[in-house]
Design a protein around this ligand. Structure first.
Ligand SMILES: *Cc1c(COP(=O)(O)O)cnc(C)c1O
Length: 389
């Protein structure tokens, strides 16, 4: 059994993918070919954002978004410690400091109440209100809060209504890390249309993916769109060899766009199939008392990048993973260590206990196979494997 089944998907659209690749081979515009613009228009229309800017990865999408806001040394950006490293890595890469804010135990997304406290703590430089990074101590002073990167973890959109209200109150930008949530919805608004800039990833294991690395930024803001387009190609100005800012080589390959145009034809259906699979799981797990399946929320459509369960303890998790493995069922842990306890962020000076919800979740959470092509009989087999016998 596969954790994510990309083979069944490919079988459905192999002909279209080959045809689209052949077109690229024929026209030869491997860099910024017509498929890039077609994909940008298709996806901005789908999510309901005015602009889409294709780029080389989800990480580059986040980097471009922060660069567009001029984030650099002296700045602080609020984000979750319970996410993939890329979310916070780009903050450090630009010389700014991530200010972690613990998550909600049900959604696994940034907790707006704690975000509010963190903003107050940073503004008043009072780490008794919230565990601030030690590099923000009074001596090093002047770190100005610039923005928030909220993550739609496992495909479920964060609480943008409250996050954006706080951001507006304090003059902060909101970046939506939608790497896992392309196709999701919150009260009728699609993921990638929340926040000031949204960033998604087309890494093969994400809900909407290419056959390599890829990503995209979305925004309704004309000026941000122009800046991101410039940053994507070394900070180009109106003339290719007259650069107006420092940028990166962050383009998406034409061939990847061509592949995704074929995949998009069946994507809305795949998102619907993911809902069916998730609902079936949720019904089956209601019979397994020692497991807490992911909560479902009224008005929310998750992209179900992962189906993540909570065991009773880390020992219980290890035992279940072993039992499933012996029956040929793969599992994975997203994420075994929150970012504030990882070596890469040691300079922030955090200690165990700083973000107890993230720490507790990281000890008990694990993910089981999830993709649109999971059959009812496979799901029954998976859930049966949890049985002690
Ligand atoms: C995958 C992922 C990224 C990075 O995307 P890449 O395309 O691998 O660079 C960023 N944030 C989150 C939450 C992710 O899951």
């Amino acid at each position: 059994m596969q954790f994510i089944d990309l083979v069944s998907q490919q079988k459905r659209i192999r002909k279209e993918i080959e045809e689209n690749i052949r077109k690229v081979l024929d026209h030869g515009k491997y860099i910024m070919g017509p498929e890039i613009i077609e994909l940008e228009q298709t996806l901005s229309g789908y999510v309901g954002a005015k602009h889409a800017i294709a780029c080389a990865s989800g990480t580059d999408a986040l980097l471009l978004a922060l660069m567009a806001y001029g984030v650099g040394p002296g700045d602080a950006v609020f984000t979750s410690p319970f996410t993939f490293i890329a979310t916070a890595e780009v903050i450090n890469l630009l010389g700014a400091v991530p200010v972690f804010v613990d998550i909600d135990p049900k959604t696994f997304n940034i907790d707006p109440e704690k975000l509010k406290q963190a903003i107050t703590a940073l503004r008043s430089n009072d780490s008794s209100l919230h565990p601030l990074p030690s590099v923000l101590s009074p001596q090093s002073s002047k770190r100005s809060p610039k923005g928030i990167i909220a993550v739609d973890l496992f495909g479920l959109p964060a609480d943008y209504e409250r996050i954006s209200a706080l951001a507006a109150e304090h003059g902060l930008f909101v970046i939506e890390d939608a790497a896992q949530s392309f196709g999701a919805e919150s009260n009728g608004t699609k993921a990638c249309a929340m926040g000031d800039i949204a960033c998604t990833s087309f890494f093969p294991a994400k809900p909407f993916a290419c056959y390599g690395d890829g990503g995209m930024c979305f925004t309704n803001d004309d000026r941000l769109k122009e800046i991101i387009e410039s940053l994507r190609v070394h900070g180009k100005g109106t003339h290719k060899y007259d650069n107006v800012r420092i940028g990166i080589n962050g383009r998406l390959d034409t061939i990847q766009a061509a592949i995704m145009l074929a995949k998009f034809e069946i994507f809305p259906e795949e998102i619907a199939l993911r809902q069916t699979v998730a609902k079936r799981y949720s019904g089956l797990f209601s019979e397994v008392p020692s497991i807490t399946p992911p909560a479902m929320f009224e008005g929310m459509v998750s992209a179900w990048a992962q189906y993540s369960l909570m065991a009773e303890s880390s020992a219980h998790r290890a035992e279940l993973q072993e039992r499933l493995k012996n029956k040929g069922i793969p599992t994975a842990i997203y994420y075994p260590k929150p970012l504030h306890l990882q070596t890469a962020f040691a300079s922030l000076g955090h200690a165990p206990g700083d973000f107890p919800v993230s720490e507790g979740v990281s000890e008990r959470i694990f993910s089981i196979p999830m993709h649109p092509y999971l059959t009812e009989s496979d799901q029954k087999m998976i859930v049966d494997a949890f049985d002690e016998k």
